[in-house]
Design a protein around this ligand. Structure first.
Ligand code: GTP
Length: 986
């Protein structure tokens, strides 16, 4: 990362304890051009902003610092719903309902939403700055904050003066996340710990301390770290002069526990900042969920606490777990558009089994086995791996494609570990092979190492990334986009169908058969009709990659678990996808109508995953349903709306549309068809649109109910016609003011994609050439390079799944590109550059592709039956195998007489069967012994040279190197033929 000169708006906002939008506003005032909170600015600009922040905050505090009405009204609503739901649940589910109900009634909105919802702003993430009076003791922030928030609504900044008037109260400063390297540079003397009063609970506002030991230890860790100003940390700062002199010290920023305690120096609990000096820039806020390292640190802290004390509530751990930033980063990777998205990795979609391995489990040393003599012995691999586990880094930075060797160096493991790991996933690589980010991520995650992707915004912010600074003024609530995930056969499809049937008005049912990959339902909630948009993602294993994408554009996930089956591999996998995308999960315990349904067992199993039901003190909403019978679906939908309200899902409908392609295909009659999920703005017929490298003018739009529509607002999905080619699912789209602009942007993107494909192809070819020796070691591994084009993404993924099933121990399939759409000249270029075969399934050739293929000598094969395609691929793979030599018998002759000729002899023979042929091989047997084997050099029939003599005839046979003929010898004539080997025969 290049953080030396650049400051990210996002980080600056944290440092100043302001919201991104505040910083963006300041930027606007200072004429600093930034696009979003992810934009970076120079340090000097940052300094200007900091200087301005004071003024800005003061303005906000005095004038317009009120919360948008959205939050205020929402809270009341949620309180009511929560009350209702909790009451319902407590009376039905909980055996201790009477006991449970009273606290529930006064409780603020459910806490589970907080940890599960790093995307939006949850209620608990914005605690009111009101601090309990000393005699109230320690109050969990959620409980005290929620009900008061509406009245207070001090959005921009807390009113420190008011608070100070009452009592010398303290506010815990925001715990800031730190750059790891910076943390290492920071040295904090332990003395600080004893000097500063400390509250006992993190995240809890402490009662005022009668006398602060330090006047104002506001520690601008970030700046100090960079400047290595260790002495300042120890030096008691005089409240005014020091702080005024050192602007960096203004923003309270405290090193997190997990890191600082490494030095044995200080922990977050030890630093408290009494309100007093320079309060304006301070706005006490809980840790921001999207702060990457902070979340890691919190998780570490939480885990270490949990380890130390088993009594720590699981729910707490879960909270941090859900905020797990590893996962943000994980999905981050997803959100990073890799032009050649299928190269190497998507060729073999991640198998659930690999996903299931928890990083912890992967790192966990296996139990030593007890030998009969009582000594313990570790498995071989343990012995080998154990030291490596210890040396593995906590996280690595993945910023671009890298070779196996480079990845091994970063992970501090042997290259063979990576090769083995990928091999187990069906991806054969060698040491110098370049891995794309996705593949590198697979390996890294399996090892339990966190990934940081610099310059890429966390996936959780993907939706907010869709918002620009200028949208902030016009935000309106949008419906939640929900994905249904879960194990095969647990009832995802049935649940979707059931919801759809019951919730789509009868009049519109005609469109029910319309499949566009997403649909919306209308739900009556609090007397108002609201919408929920469901993404219809396939459930089969082959579609894992698509599911992962599904999670990226969703606001929340329903995790379906069959009550009679329990948590299964894909349940875990689905959960990790949701976690990775930072979306909250609502569990639907399905099939409760079945006699062997055991919801409690399911809850138990889910708890082990970290999903603890609310009624057990956890934070996960679990709704028992029967998708088949339509039972309890209303509750499920209501819960989704409840969570969505807390998520605060907003967009600006008054701008040009922007969003993500969720499905695309080539319709023979209608041309390229794409289903787009609008995530911001409004999409209209006639818009000039760019999606990935394709563009077009929207000719028509059809919604999920089969109706032609003129416009689609945020969160809605529509099928559009008018693109010039088929985009890829997962591509982002955007509308441009003119068609010309759209064309230019698309062409530029297409060019970039084409270049990176070629680059990758070339690099992979180089790799093949330069790694001959490595291949020899691997047993002469051969490769069949393929470029796969199909009608729809679903077919592509199904094909990729099927290809992985082909035996690849001798010939490895490498899919350089797999995408829906026509076979284009670009594909041919790529094939030519990489020696690949282009395989088209249910698709056509774009104009010029055939001519180009003929010119380049590229083999294009077109199929419309999957089995035929697979047969041919298998055949091609077999063609690459060394042929086998097979002996086939030609015939047999018997020596009846021996005639001396010169210094040698010829045999007078009778052909008993088949034929004998000149210049073919013969074997001469005498009894059981083979006395000669070689070529038959001369063959005569009736003294005439003959090429072959058939059965029933006599002939003379001469062999240059063999004269020792005996009557009765048998001549076996045969030939060796080369036979193509089949992989199946291996
Ligand atoms: N008894 C009962 N059966 C159900 C229920 N929900 C689904 N099923 C049955 O479970 C089977 C699988 O349901 P699907 O909806 O196809 O499951 P799925 O998770 O979509 O499966 P994949 O698409 O293969 O991943 C079907 O036979 C359904 O009829 C339910 O609530 N009760």
């Amino acid at each position: 990362m290049n953080n030396a000169q650049k400051v990210r708006i996002y980080d600056l906002s944290k440092e100043l304890n302001l919201e991104n939008k505040d910083i963006l506003e300041i930027c606007a005032q200072l004429s600093i051009t930034v696009k979003s909170h992810s934009s970076t600015i120079s340090e000097s600009q940052a300094e200007r902003i900091k200087a301005m922040a004071d003024k800005y905050v003061a303005n906000q505090t005095s004038g317009h610092g009120s919360e948008p009405s959205l939050k205020g009204e929402r809270k009341q609503e949620i309180l009511a719903i929560h009350h209702k739901q909790t009451h319902r649940r407590s009376s039905s589910d909980s055996p201790n309902s009477s006991q449970d109900s009273s606290p529930t009634l006064v409780a603020p909105p459910r806490p589970p939403i907080k940890p599960q919802a790093p995307v939006g702003v949850t209620l608990s993430q914005k605690p009111t700055p009101v601090i309990p009076a000393p005699n109230q003791g320690v109050t969990p922030p959620e409980k005290s904050q929620m009900p008061i928030k509406t009245e207070q609504a001090p959005k921009k900044v807390k009113e420190p003066e008011a608070t100070l008037m009452g009592a010398p109260q303290r506010v815990k400063p925001t715990v800031k996340s730190l750059d790891k390297s910076s943390i290492e540079k920071l040295e904090v003397k332990p003395t600080l710990k004893s000097e500063i009063p400390m509250p006992k609970k993190p995240g809890v506002v402490s009662p005022p301390s009668p006398k602060p030991a330090l006047p104002q230890p506001q520690i601008g860790v970030k700046k100090q770290v960079q400047g290595k100003v260790k002495p300042e940390l120890n030096r008691p700062l005089s409240p005014k002069s020091d702080l005024d002199d050192i602007p960096e010290l203004i923003a309270p920023s405290v090193k997190p526990l997990s890191d600082l305690t490494d030095d044995g120096a200080i922990d977050e609990e030890t630093i408290e900042t009494p309100i007093g000096e320079k309060p304006k820039l301070k706005r006490p806020s809980p840790p921001r969920p999207s702060s990457k390292r902070q979340k890691w640190e919190e998780e570490e802290e939480e885990e270490s606490k949990a380890k130390a004390s088993k009594v720590a509530p699981k729910a707490k751990r879960r909270a941090n777990h859900l905020e797990d930033d590893e996962d943000d980063l994980d999905a981050n990777l997803d959100s990073n558009p890799i032009p050649l998205s299928v190269s190497l990795s998507i060729a073999r979609p991640p198998k659930p089994k690999s996903q299931n391995k928890s990083p912890v489990a992967a790192n966990k040393p296996k139990k030593p086995t007890l030998k009969p003599d009582g000594t313990t012995v570790r498995a071989k691999s343990d012995r080998r791996e154990q030291p490596e586990v210890n040396q593995r880094p906590e996280y690595i930075i993945l910023d671009s494609n890298l070779t196996v060797r480079e990845l091994a160096e970063r992970l501090n493991i042997a290259e063979t570990e990576i090769i083995k790991s990928l091999f187990s996933k069906g991806i054969a690589v060698n040491i110098t092979q370049t891995l794309d980010l996705e593949t590198a991520r697979l390996v890294t995650e399996e090892l339990g190492v966190l990934i940081e992707v610099p310059e890429v915004i966390a996936a959780a912010t993907k939706q907010t990334e869709m918002l620009d600074a200028k949208d902030l003024e016009h935000l309106q609530r949008r419906p939640p986009v929900v994905t249904i995930m879960g194990h095969v056969d647990h009832g995802k499809t049935t649940l979707l169908d059931s919801i759809r049937k019951t919730k789509v008005a009868q009049g519109e049912a005609g469109g029910i058969t319309q499949h566009i990959g997403a649909y919306h339902v209308d739900v009556e909630h609090n007397g108002v009709s609201q919408q929920i948009v469901f993404l219809d993602t396939p459930g089969h294993e082959a579609f894992t990659a698509m599911r992962a994408r599904g999670a990226r554009v969703t606001d929340m996930a329903i995790l379906v678990v069959a009550a009679d089956d329990g948590v299964q591999p894909q349940t875990r996998e689905a959960f990790s996808h949701a976690k990775a995308a930072g979306v909250p999960v609502v569990v639907a315990i399905n099939k409760i109508d079945k006699p062997d349904a055991n919801p409690d067992r399911i809850k138990q199993e889910l708890s082990e995953l970290g999903l603890v039901p609310e009624e057990w003190g956890g934070e996960t909403i679990m709704v028992p349903v029967s998708a088949l019978k339509g039972e309890n679906l209303d509750t499920l939908l209501e819960m989704l709306l409840l969570v969505s309200e807390v998520e605060e899902l907003v967009a600006n409908p008054n701008r040009l549309g922007k969003g993500t392609v969720i499905e695309a295909n080539l319709d023979r009659a209608r041309g390229p068809v794409a289903t787009l999920l609008v995530q911001n703005g409004t999409l209209r017929v006639g818009d000039a649109i760019v999606a990935g490298g394709v563009f077009g003018k929207i000719r028509a739009m059809i919604d999920d109910r089969g109706q032609k529509v003129e416009a689609a607002s945020p969160s809605f999905a529509v099928e559009i016609l008018g693109l010039n080619n088929v985009p890829s699912a997962g591509d982002e789209f955007e509308v441009y003011p003119t068609e010309k602009e759209a064309r230019l942007i698309a062409e530029k993107t297409a060019e970039t994609q084409r270049n990176s494909r070629l680059q990758l192809a070339m690099s992979s070819r180089r790799v093949t050439l330069t790694t001959l020796s490595a291949q020899a070691q691997e047993g002469e591994l051969k490769e069949l390079n393929l470029i796969l084009k199909a009608d729809v993404q679903g077919s592509v993924e199904a094909l990729l799944g099927a290809l992985t099933q082909l035996p690849q121990n001798e010939v490895q399939i490498r899919v350089l590109l797999a995408a829906p759409g026509e076979i284009t000249e670009t594909d041919v270029d790529l094939a030519a550059a990489s020696g690949a075969v282009v395989v088209g399934f249910n698709t056509t050739l774009a104009s010029g592709a055939r001519a180009s293929a003929d010119h380049e000598g590229v083999d294009i094969r077109e199929y419309d039956i999957i089995y035929k395609l697979l047969d041919d691929i298998q055949g091609a793979m077999e063609g690459l195998l060394e042929p086998e030599e097979i002996e086939s018998s030609l015939g047999q002759a018997q020596v009846r007489a021996v005639f001396p000729v010169g210094r040698g002899a010829v045999a007078g023979c009778y052909v008993q069967s088949g034929k004998v042929v000149r210049n073919r091989l013969v074997r001469i047997r005498r009894g059981n012994e083979v006395v000669y084997q070689g070529s038959l050099d001369s063959l005569k029939r009736m003294k005439e040279d003959s090429r072959e003599v058939n059965a029933g005839y006599e002939c003379g046979v001469g062999i240059d190197k063999f004269n020792d003929w005996k009557e009765g010898d048998i001549i076996e004539a045969y030939e060796m033929t080369m036979k193509r080997r089949t992989l199946a025969g291996k």
